[in-house]
Design a protein around this ligand. Structure first.
Ligand code: GDP
Length: 593
């Protein structure tokens, strides 16, 4: 038999209840009924966003239907991987360096690029350089440096192919670690070629074969062993074997035949953007096709620029940027978003029009949905008591804010906690941020930003936690722990014994003194007991003290007779013949996977 045909429903931004019901072949009332179950009182014309629609379809258990996001900003988002003409020319490979923290990514880039001198030249201007180029054997290689792997995930989400090759740095004295695995997954997901740099081979504990075996276990088979992954042992710190690494990068680039058209309007991606005093918007772009020149008009998302100045990663003026070249430009009216595609247009009029269209498309995509998945989750959560974790995020540049937001969203809480992003922004933490975070149990996260003393004082006064980080993983760990704190703790009850009540000596509102015989197990102070009358539980008590022949004892065991002082939360009329089923109760903090 032929495969069952899958039905595809395209959603551009949002879909009405009526449209969704029709597409699913359901009656509108069924759909509205399901929404009602999820806590949404919807009308036939209510708009649902993509995620809400998928959740509803899941909940309804409808199979053979696939939702697809129709990109409404089609004006420029199409052609992320454009077909090449036969006039396409060779371009430098775009290489990302990834790996576990402290395995030597920064050192590798520093040594390769001799970055120290470059930084000195910047003259105190904090410029977040995220892409570099170097020459090896007379050929160029573009390197990308990111605040974290999440940045790549964000770019991938925007539908673009950015990296040709991923260099995975693994310390030979430490082996494969969680972020190494993440890097491998990322590279595979992005369809990039992988080269492994086995670093720190100068170290005493370095063990190259063991590192290779470790990598092989995680799916990377070294060429030496008949696999297809090039692994180059290096020392980033001692500048050992780095030429070999670059040779290998170029070799792979040759095999991949990396090309781009140059006689098309310039296009590429926004890889960083921030404001600078005196310069306005400063935007890092990676040209992926065509040639970008100063004076040209480009559109990125809902903003556009007449490229006023263009410099290379070292800050040297550049009149023209060819494919795979990272440049920094000024001239954007407003900050474009990290991961936005940019494209050259003929003139200002065209630029303005396209930016406007994109803005409308984006507005359609978000604002027109009356019910978003966040609302839905929140509503579902109030139903089953899940918690909301409110955060406000500040970062030094848009790229880091995007990374933090995207990675926070990736923390899997199995729907038990809803992440609510109160606001995001670029720059130091401000009075307004603290104001927004007050009273809502909100944590302010700062990434690579500072908190002015007066703001810190204000936050302390208002009990608003501000937590600043420079390493994204540390921020994520913090967020994860904060979410874990919100999870209801796991309560473990363990049965310990049973007593038959043979005498009740005093019953007060919150205390009871009674005695009896331990039928099995034991009882000691601190334990709890279910009070059972004819198989039915009539209350719960806590054992305050245990006596045997009117003397306090630590415990009573099977067959012993004694007295108990019990604490209750409300009055229980304990009677002769009732049973006390003792148990211990431990409360364990729960952790997220
Ligand atoms: P990153 O977190 O991956 O960027 O790691 P770093 O580049 O910051 O390196 C972490 C530490 O390892 C630093 O103290 C480096 O000096 C050291 N390191 C990096 N590469 C090497 C190497 O090849 N040999 C030795 N001995 N130390 C290295």
């Amino acid at each position: 038999m032929a495969d069952k045909q899958e039905k595809v429903i395209q959603i551009a931004g949002s879909i009405t209840v009526d449209e969704l019901a029709n597409s699913l072949g359901l009656s509108v009332t069924t759909l509205i009924g399901q929404l009602f179950k999820e806590g949404i009182v919807a009308t036939i014309n209510q708009r649902l966003d993509y995620d809400t629609a998928s959740i509803i379809i899941d909940e309804l258990g409808i199979e053979g239907v696939r939702l697809e996001k129709k990109n409404s900003a089609t004006q420029i988002s199409e052609g992320a991987r454009r077909e090449l003409s036969d006039k396409a020319v060779e371009r430098p490979p775009v290489v990302a360096v990834m790996g576990h923290v402290d395995h030597g990514k920064t050192t590798l880039l520093d040594t390769l690029l001799n970055k120290k001198t470059v930084e000195a030249e910047a003259g105190g201007i904090t410029q977040h350089i995220s892409a570099y180029q170097l020459e090896h054997d007379g050929r160029k290689i573009t390197f990308l440096d990111t605040p974290g792997h999440e940045a790549f995930a964000a770019i991938r989400q925007h539908g673009a192919m950015l990296t040709d090759i991923v260099v995975i740095v693994v310390a030979a004295d430490d082996g494969v670690k969680p972020q190494t695995i993440e890097a491998i997954k990322f590279a595979q997901g992005a369809n990039a070629k992988i080269i492994v740099a086995i670093n720190k081979i100068d170290r005493e504990g370095a063990d190259i074969p063991r590192t290779m075996a470790d990598l092989a276990q995680h799916g990377l088979q070294p060429e030496e062993w008949g696999g297809d992954i090039t692994m180059v042992p290096i020392s980033a710190k001692m500048n050992q074997n780095l030429d070999k690494l670059l040779d290998m990068i170029l070799l792979i680039a040759d095999m991949e035949e990396l090309k781009a058209d140059v006689d098309i309007p310039a296009e590429g991606l926004v890889i960083e953007s921030h404001m600078e005093t005196g310069k306005g918007s400063v935007v890092n772009l990676l040209v992926t096709g065509g040639e970008l020149k100063t004076g040209e008009f480009i559109v990125a998302g809902s903003t556009y620029a007449k490229v006023r100045t263009m410099v290379d990663f070292k800050g040297r003026p550049k009149g023209k940027a060819t494919p795979s070249t990272p440049v920094t430009v000024t001239g954007f009216k407003e900050l474009p978003n990290f991961g936005d595609k940019f494209v050259e247009v003929a003139d200002e009029k065209a630029a303005r029009k396209m930016a406007l269209l994109n803005a409308q498309g984006a507005a359609d995509a978000t604002a027109s949905a009356n019910v978003t998945s966040t609302d839905l989750l929140r509503m579902m959560n109030t139903a089953d008591n899940s918690k909301v974790f409110n955060v406000l995020i500040k970062g030094d540049v848009l790229g880091s804010v995007t990374s933090v937001v995207d990675s926070l969203k990736m923390i899997d809480t199995k729907g038990e906690i809803t992440l609510n992003i109160v606001a995001t922004g670029v720059g130091d933490v401000t009075e307004n941020d603290v104001y927004m975070a007050t009273g809502e149990n909100t944590v302010i996260y700062g990434f690579n930003v500072t908190v002015p003393t007066n703001i810190a004082k204000m936050a302390a006064r208002d009990n608003v936690p501000i937590r600043c980080y420079k390493v994204i993983y540390e921020l994520l760990d913090d967020a994860k722990h904060s979410m874990e704190d919100l999870l209801d703790a796991e309560v473990i009850e363990e049965e310990t014994g049973e007593m038959k009540v043979e005498g009740v000596f005093r019953t007060e509102k919150t205390s009871i003194i009674a005695g009896g015989e331990v039928l099995r197990g034991k009882v000691s102070s601190g334990m709890f007991a279910h009070v059972m009358r004819n198989k039915e539980e009539i209350g719960e008590v806590e054992v305050v003290s245990v006596q045997k022949e009117k003397i306090d004892v630590p415990e009573l065991v099977e067959k012993e007779i004694g007295g108990l002082a019990l604490k209750t939360t409300h009055k229980i009329n304990l009677q002769i013949g009732d049973r006390l089923k003792f148990f211990t109760r431990t409360v364990k903090k729960r952790v997220l996977a």
